[in-house]
Design a protein around this ligand. Sequence first.
Ligand code: PBG
Length: 314
Amino acid sequence: MRLGTRASALATTQSGHVADLIRERLGREVELVEVATEGDVSSAPLATMGGTGVFVSALRDALLAGRVDVAVHSLKDLPTAPADGIALAAVPPREDPRDVVVARDGLTLGELPVGSRLGTGSPRRVSQLAALGLGLELEGIRGNVDTRIRKVREGQYDAVVLARAGLARLGRLDEVTEVLDPLQMLPAPGQGALAIECRSDDELVTALAQLDDPSTRAAVTAERAVLSTLEAGCSAPLGALADVVEGDDGEELWLRAIALSEDGGLSVRMSASGPVDDAAGLGQRLASEMLAEGAADLMTAPSEQGPPVRNQHA
Ligand SMILES: NCc1[nH]cc(CCC(=O)O)c1CC(=O)O
């Protein structure tokens, strides 16, 4: 079968990993086919580009046109709306979903001097970092993982924040100077997980289902239900993280989420738990409670008219 992949180092590593799974677990031959996406071709800030799915739609087009049979995405890049004719056939076991800091001189966030330049274009990361009140200069950055790390080495930035999973897959964990606790930085819904898609009318749906990890699937389903219920896109200042944990009556799903104003000055942070087999229901319930606390107004407030920033460095 032909497996479609973006050309970046991270994408080909992720796709290579899934190709290995398919060979080992399904005993089928796989060929990687590179597909260029809008997210790779343009260097505009991601938050301003076509909203959700800039990395995804070209791969889906290739699937629907029959140029490839399987597509692999970072799950956090996948829009929550189902796509016609496309099945999310499997979500394999997740990598550690946390964000990490890569800073000069081995520094942690707390050790960075006031005024240090931290590169990140993600509203979710910007708002949560601003809420820590450290007095960092938060500046937009683009480019692949390698480019971002190099910009720290070359002194253009004092630090960057990245997904630990990407560094793990690229064998670059030695660059990490701090792993951020989700208490301070909740990851993006689906971070660290992969999505394996195929055409929904293809017999591959059943075969690929063997690669699905039920715990990861439940966790990302709950996280993505928060995202879709809040009607937020991939560039929203919103974090969510779920885990299957041992509760009083066996396994249960434990979900945390935060919605912030863009400047991080105000936030709604909540958690809830529920049965593993109702992951979407849990995410919807938590998001509804967040909406009742004003989560939607927070995320969309234009910054000039927004609330005063209360946790900034003075
Ligand atoms: N937005 C780009 C993107 N999409 C997936 C990952 C990392 C791998 C993952 O989260 O699964 C990254 C880079 C990053 O956020 O550092």
